[in-house]
Structure formats: C-alpha cells, structure tokens
Design a protein around this ligand. Structure first.
Ligand code: ATP
Ligand code: MG
Ligand code: FE
Length: 334
C-alpha cells in the first residue's frame, strides 16, 4: 500500500510518501518558523498564505523523491483536524483536487493519530499500548487496544506541555519556538529552583501546567524586582524537570495499571532530550518496551499522516469531496 500524506494543520507545509504504513519513501517539510519568529508565535493568516504558496511544490517534491507516479499512489491521506482552520483548509483543498484529478481515494486523518503513528517507523505496535501525547496543543495519555482505537486515560486541564514550554521561554525572552531553547539551556545546568508539581487528585491521570507557569513567572518577576535576575538556564532546567517528573510518573503508573506491552511517546515535546532520557530510564526500570520517534519525526510532518492514513485506508475509511476542516476534532473512539 502506497499512501501520499499531506499535513498543513499549523506552520509546517508537509507531504510524504509511505509504503505499508511502515517505510518512508519521501518526507518533505517546508517550515515557516522564520516567518513567525518575529511575532513570537504562529500568525494564522500568515500560515495559511505560506501553505498556499508551498503546497503544490511540496506535494510534487514528495512524489519525485519517492520516485512515484500518480498511478502508484493508492490513497491520499490528509489532516482534517485539529489545527488552524485556514491552514487545514489549504491541505484539504489540495488533497481533494489531487484525489479528484487522479481518481485516487481520499482519506481523512486526525493530526494526533498521526503523531502516534510516527512511532510505527521505529517498531511494530504491540497491544495494548499506552501513548503519552505531548505536543503544542495536546497533553494526553491514551490507551490503544488495537490499531486505530483510542481510549482517553487522562488529559491536561489547562495548558498543553508544549504550550507551557513556549510560554516559559517567552517569559525568559527566548525566541519562538521556545521548547528547543529550554531544552538547550537545560542541558547546561542542574535544576536548583523548586517549582510546583501538579499531581491533582490521588489516582488521577490528568495534567495541569498553568500553576507551574505562574510560579515560574512570579519567580522571574520577583527576582527582577529585587534587582537580582535569575539565571535563565537555572529557570529553564528547573521548569523542565518539574514537567518531566509529572509526565514520567503518571505515564509509568498508566503503563502499570493498563498492563501495557508498549509505551509510545508522541508530539513535538517528545523531542525534548531531558524527557527522552528520563522516560527511557523509567521504562527500563519497569521492563516495558519504549518507542520514541527520532527527533525529526516528533514535530509536525506528513510521513506520520500517511502512516496513520494507511490504517484508516485499510479499514475502508474514505472522505467525500465535501470533506471540511475540523479545528477541534476529537480522537477518542473507545
Ligand atoms: P498539536 O500537535 O497538539 O496540534 P502542534 O502541531 O503545534 O500542536 P507539535 O508540532 O507537535 O505541536 O509540537 C510543537 C511543540 O513542541 C511546540 O510547543 C514546541 O515548543 C515543542 N517542542 C519542540 N521541540 C522541543 C524540545 N526539544 N523540547 C521541548 N519542547 C519542544
Ligand atoms: Mg510546528
Ligand atoms: Fe502536531
């Protein structure tokens, strides 16, 4: 099965060709980070415009690099949501046009299912598995009894993990996107500041990061007012450690409770070196198989959309030509 994936939910214009949901034949990502950097975050209108400019080229490059013609493509998988509505619509319109012109089935894909299936390029899934999703807009623990089946175990009650990284980076005056900057600074030092960890009610698999964000903001501002600014690296490392402690502890508890055969980590924050190290150690101690995508497959790309799209395709899922963008689309179906 050869699937072309298309992803435009946020600020990456991406297309990829994947064989059998497991093998990447091409993976083209046109990042817009430079255009959004001076605004300190993604500007939706600018994102849509860039997608329009890039999408045709990116799709053609994906086919060319994979050495494929349109008649080799079994399905076109596209992110239908969640994401920015104008950004999503560009990918969906392109996918529809290509599917119609070349008479190829159109397959809708949930963006977070894509992040999860980025792991399938590393190893075949063993069910039941537990997946920790940590991205710019999501922080969730999901249990999967089988392919394409998603049961929600816990989720954030306020900010997503990636959102917290980006906000704390902004407080520290670091450039967008803040996650990689905090990661880099954290590697320079040991955490010495004590920031709160939101465990919530006993047994809860939910998360909360807004209290931590406020604590960091207050610590930074109070120190500034005293005329003794905190060391940026120290704030970064201490914040990061607080996030990692909660993520890893709750995830390992979920692995145990759901008797998971595998643990998956997915989403942009899975690129964080501190998290990768801590969860690798914890999985080893618990004797559970851990899969984390290589760093370039953690953030948004279209190979992951083609991989999740392959599962949908084989399950017979098809979208009609009236497919629309769904900015708040839910993944959970169990
Ligand atoms: P979603 O997938 O929830 O719709 P998104 O697509 O915007 O949101 P991703 O592309 O999955 O998010 O991830 C981007 C997020 O990952 C940003 O918040 C970014 O700061 C964060 N991130 C990227 N690299 C790192 C890193 N090394 N350490 C921590 N956070 C990181
Ligand atoms: Mg992005
Ligand atoms: Fe994403």
């Amino acid at each position: 099965t050869i699937i072309l994936g298309i992803e435009t939910s946020c600020d990456e214009t991406a297309a990829a060709v994947v064989a059998d949901g497991r093998r990447i034949l091409s993976n083209i990502v046109a990042s817009q980070i430079k255009s959004h950097k001076r605004f300190g975050g993604v500007v939706p209108e600018i994102a849509s415009r860039h997608h329009v400019e890039q999408i045709t080229m990116v799709c053609e490059a994906a086919l060319e690099e994979a050495n494929m013609d349109w008649q080799d493509i079994d399905g076109i998988a596209v992110t239908e949501g969640p994401g920015l509505v104008g950004a999503l619509l560009v990918g969906i319109s392109a996918a529809k046009a290509l599917a119609f012109a070349h008479q190829i089935p159109l397959i809708p894909v949930h963006h977070i299912a894509g992040h999860i299936y980025a792991n399938r390029f590393s190893a075949e899934f063993q069910f039941p598995l537990v997946a920790l999703i940590v991205s710019g807009g999501h922080t969730e623990l999901i249990q999967m009894p089988g392919h394409g089946q998603y049961e929600l175990i816990g989720e954030t009650r306020d900010d997503a993990a990636g959102e917290a990284f980006d906000k704390v980076a902004r407080i520290l005056g670091l450039p967008y996107p803040g996650g990689p900057e905090i990661d880099r600074l954290s590697a320079e030092t040991e955490p010495t500041l004590s920031f709160p960890r939101a465990w919530l009610e006993e047994g809860s698999f939910d998360f909360s990061f807004s209290g931590l964000k406020s604590a960091v903001t207050n610590a930074v501002h109070n120190a500034e007012q005293r005329g003794a600014a905190l060391e940026k690296a120290d704030v970064a490392a201490s914040f990061q450690q607080s996030v990692i402690d909660v993520l890893v502890t709750k995830t390992m508890r979920a692995v145990k409770e759901y008797k998971a055969k595998q643990l998956l980590v997915a989403g942009g924050v899975a690129a964080n070196r501190g998290l990768r190290q801590a969860i690798t150690q914890a999985a080893q101690n618990a004797g559970v198989e851990l899969i984390i995508p290589p760093i370039h497959l953690c953030t948004d790309n279209a190979a992951m959309i083609a991989a999740a799209g392959t599962i949908n395709f084989l399950a017979g899922e098809r979208a009609a030509m009236d497919l629309n963008a769904h900015p708040g689309l839910e993944l959970i179906n169990v």
